[in-house]
Design a protein around this ligand. Structure first.
Ligand SMILES: Nc1ncnc2c1ncn2[C@@H]1O[C@H](COP(=O)(O)OP(=O)(O)OP(=O)(O)O)[C@@H](O)[C@H]1O
Ligand SMILES: [Mg+2]
Length: 355
């Protein structure tokens, strides 16, 4: 997957910008608050997902303008393809090879990318939902039907929760739980299977990459933590408790992925550097999985990552990335000596200048 041409108009602080990147490493440098992350975010949107910064679509439009437009030309599936994203009236729409899609998620599975930004440390540091989201997002990119399955699971879960809240006032509804539990268990088991399979596959690359990043001084491991062994039985067993709580206490929405470094839980015991390295290993392994599943190497977006790594770790990272197209943002490109081969672009107040 290679970006050949990207154009952004009225996007965040970027009034208009064109970038023709090179196949290998592209460095976007500049002072703080110039629009470097904004540009990576624009690339990311072509995966069909939402902003990785959790921004509302309307906030992506240059303030005072009615709409934003992004156009991409990329090489994938042995041909040049185009994609467009328009953000207007608070919503995102997309076209692929000139064909309008039902919505922006129509681009999912067409353009692949993996993003690492400082906020992603939350993946190790914060609660289980961050880790579930990581696995789910990765699966949505590679497993056809997974996004729809997850949506069905969540819809059924919401319906069961509504029912649980109604039961105290309408005791006769207790019997209808059976039908919901049946449905929820079958979607839920499929979600769990998908996630466990993904962790099983990603585990080896994560271990290998982490060993590389830590220069073979530390080991990492991943384990899926189920909230229930048999979902159907567990749902049945927890009915009374769930009615009292007003929500469903077991299921994949309560599962977690345990990340341990040297056999200790990374969330509770990991240092800052270990957590950052763990997230990098997860992200690069995600890229490797995308490649294995699709035969396409995703575009790698590294926001502000190099400045926090020592030169040994930088070296490993850059060597590991040499077969992908990479976009790296930083403030001072000179400080990163291995970056000499990258194409250089300076971002200055939303204007990109090729160096
Ligand atoms: N919708 C918008 N309209 C206009 N400006 C915006 C919009 N959204 C964000 N900005 C501006 O974009 C700038 C931030 O851009 P960005 O986050 O890309 O900076 P950066 O170059 O990555 O900086 P840093 O090095 O600090 O990470 C801020 O000045 C912010 O006010
Ligand atoms: Mg930034």
């Amino acid at each position: 997957m290679i970006i050949q041409h990207l154009e952004a108009e009225n996007y965040r602080n970027i009034r208009r910008c064109v970038i023709i990147p090179q196949n290998g490493i592209n460095i976007i440098y500049g002072k703080n608050a110039q629009g470097k992350t904004n540009l990576l975010e624009a690339v990311w949107l072509f995966t069909g997902g939402r902003s990785f910064r959790g921004a509302k679509d309307a906030d992506l439009i240059l303030q005072g303008e009615a709409g934003a437009k992004l156009s991409l030309e990329f090489f994938s599936g042995e041909r040049v393809q185009t994609a467009e994203i328009t953000i207007e009236n608070g919503r995102r729409s997309a076209a692929l090879n000139g064909i309008p899609q039902k919505n922006a998620s129509g681009l999912v599975g067409k353009f692949f990318s993996v993003i690492f930004s400082p906020e992603h440390i939350a993946l190790v540091r914060e609660g289980p939902s961050q880790r579930r989201d990581f696995i789910d997002a990765a699966l949505c990119q590679i497993k056809p039907g997974y996004a729809a399955l997850l949506a069905r699971y969540n819809r059924t879960l919401n319906q069961r929760n509504t029912l649980l809240k109604d039961i105290p006032r309408h005791a006769e509804l207790m019997d209808t739980l059976e039908i919901w539990d049946e449905k929820l268990a079958s979607y839920g088991e499929a979600v769990v299977l998908g996630r466990m399979d993904y962790i099983h596959k990603i585990r080896e690359p994560v271990k290998e990459i982490y060993a590389g990043i830590s220069q073979h001084t530390e080991t990492i491991d991943l384990t899926y933590q189920k909230s229930a062994e048999n979902l159907k039985t567990a749902l049945k067993a927890s009915r009374r408790e769930d009615v009292a709580l007003g929500h469903t206490s077991v299921g994949p929405h309560r599962d977690d992925m345990d990340i341990s470094i040297d056999q200790r839980c990374a969330r509770s015991f990991g240092s800052q550097g270990q957590k950052r390295s763990a997230v990098l290993a997860l992200k690069l392994a995600e890229a490797e999985m995308l490649y294995r599943q699709t035969g396409e190497r995703p575009v790698i977006l590294l926001d502000d990552v190099m400045s926090e790594l020592d030169s040994g770790r930088q070296d490993y990272l850059l060597n590991h990335l040499n077969s992908c197209q990479v976009f790296i943002t930083c403030c001072e490109p000179g400080a990163i000596k291995q970056l000499r081969e990258g194409a250089l672009f300076e971002m200055d107040s939303g204007t990109l200048i090729k160096k």
